[in-house]
Design a protein around this ligand. Structure first.
Ligand SMILES: Cc1cc2nc3c(=O)[nH]c(=O)nc-3n(C[C@H](O)[C@H](O)[C@H](O)COP(=O)(O)O)c2cc1C
Length: 199
């Protein structure tokens, strides 16, 4: 079974993460899921409201957006988690969506959360690291950080949907980004979002 780390940060675009995790679970991938403190706050504003269960905390409620038996949830500050160590082998990591702040911390080796640390591990162990950056416009600092990250072996895969598959729904747009993430993870899916010129 493949193992992929998914870090979700407080950028807009929680729907990309939800779809990615759903598809990874459908492909029988073991998902190590970490949500940043700020992701917990942004997600309820963006995803369809869930019925609130009295007595449950925010973390418990937010995690209900992600289902799959093979999901391991890790706390954002849990540096004892398996994925904080290079000795725990994974098939890579996706930060989706990725804030400019998390990009900056990873690109500069400033590891203040489990997402940053797990990303550092991928870079030092030369494993696949994909940052689905979501911001606009970009400052010079962000562009420099993207270059640093790229030079360190990471991949900046911006949350920029494509339109050549003639999307009808938001799901179609989301899938055009998720399909590219899966390509870079080396995973085959049913998503049909490829450019093919009709002849
Ligand atoms: C509704 C909302 C949307 C946000 N969208 C973005 C975004 O798209 N990109 C970004 O870099 N920051 C965005 N932010 C700001 C980040 O959440 C904030 O910088 C936070 O400190 C990021 O922390 P994290 O990287 O640890 O998740 C948004 C904040 C809110 C409340």
């Amino acid at each position: 079974m493949k193992k992929v780390v998914v870090g979700i940060t407080g950028a807009s675009g929680s729907i990309y993460a939800q779809r990615l995790v759903d598809i990874l679970c459908g492909l029988d991938v073991h998902v190590h899921l970490v949500l940043s403190r700020h992701a917990m706050k942004v997600i309820p504003h963006e995803l369809q409201p869930l019925s609130f269960k009295a007595g449950k905390d925010l973390k418990h409620e937010v995690l209900r957006y992600f289902h799959g038996e093979q999901i391991d949830f890790h706390g954002w500050q849990d540096f004892t988690a398996s994925i904080a160590s290079g000795s725990y082998i994974t098939d890579g990591m996706v930060v989706c969506p990725c804030t400019a702040g998390t990009l900056g911390r990873i690109a500069n080796g400033v590891s203040t959360s489990l997402i940053d640390r797990a990303a550092d591990v991928c870079l030092k162990e030369r494993r696949k690291l994909i940052l689905v950056l979501r911001e606009k416009p970009y400052s010079e600092v962000m562009i420099e950080n993207m270059l640093k990250l790229t030079r360190s072996g990471g991949i900046i895969l911006p949350a920029s949907p494509s339109f050549y598959h003639k999307p009808d729904t938001i799901r179609d747009l989301v899938d055009s980004v998720v399909a590219r993430i899966l390509d870079h993870l080396g995973l085959e899916s049913e998503l049909k979002v490829r450019w093919e010129l009709d002849r």
